[in-house]
Design a protein around this ligand. Structure first.
Ligand code: PGA
Length: 252
């Protein structure tokens, strides 16, 4: 059933990118149609670049622009924060919430992640909810328990395949060059799929589950071929158009 899910390759630029990065983004845009038979593309630049990128991508069917985080409230006295409504207004079509760097650096809890996901929906956008275990948790054999706990609390009720994407990102694999084996990824994504179906029934069978953590052109084909891997959330390798597009070409 999951074979019919169209892959999504999402680039998370993190705190990288200046106005001068528009050329790299335009190269992605120019190459997007060549990989349109393989995957949808999403680029999540820093918030300062969303509006200009979205303006350039307007009308593109295969490449959209997203954001990396949002506040749970629509507006108010929250200096420095951005609401989902503001990001939608700037042209974002999806927002990453609960990235492990937000959880670690800003102490975001599962409850806050759920509130942010609800805010993303309130603004009419797709929430990309990140989960994943740390090295220590993995060493303790807690990977599945951690993922179940994060999913149970971080995902709001009412998830559908068109408003939610789950990204499984083992924290120890992010930015390290390390990746789990294809067998590990298959076990964990299969487990996540079961949980999504148990909770969201038929929609749960169609919600995309992305793998994230050191995805590169050299390992994309192997990882993207794993059952229940419906695309990738890519950090470092999403900054260069050639690498980002090569990852998309690796989709089955
Ligand atoms: P990475 O980051 O591809 O650089 O490991 C992935 C992520 O944090 O989403």
């Amino acid at each position: 059933m999951t074979d019919a899910i169209r892959p999504l390759i999402a680039g998370n630029w993190k705190m990288n990118g200046l106005k001068s990065s528009l050329a790299e983004f335009e190269a992605m845009l120019a190459g997007a149609s060549d990989v349109a038979d393989k995957a949808d593309l999403l680029v999540c630049p820093p918030a300062t670049l969303i509006a200009s990128f979205a303006e350039r991508a307007r009308g593109s069917k295969s490449l959209r622009v997203g954001a990396q985080d949002c506040h749970a409230k629509p507006s108010g006295a929250h200096t420095g924060d951005l609401s989902a409504e503001m990001l939608a207004d700037a042209g974002a079509s999806a927002i990453i919430v609960g990235h492990s760097e937000r959880r670690a650096n800003h102490g975001e809890t599962d409850v806050e992640v759920r509130q942010k996901a609800e805010a993303v929906w309130r603004a009419g956008l797709t929430a990309i909810v990140c989960i994943g275990e740390t090295q220590h948790q993995r060493d303790q054999g807690q990977t599945l328990d951690i993922c179940r706990g994060q999913l149970n609390i971080s995902l709001p009720d009412g998830a559908r395949s068109d408003n939610l994407v789950v990204a499984y990102e083992p924290v120890w694999a992010i930015g390290t060059g390390l990746t789990p084996t294809a067998w590990d990824v298959e076990q964990i994504h299969g487990f996540i799929r079961e949980l999504l179906i148990a909770r969201f029934k038929g929609e749960g069978a169609r919600i995309r589950i992305l793998y994230g953590g050191s995805v590169k052109p050299s390992n994309a084909a192997e990882l993207m071929a794993v059952a229940n891997v419906n695309g990738a959330l890519v950090g470092g390798a999403s900054l260069k158009a050639a690498d980002f597009l090569a990852i998309a070409r690796g989709c089955p």
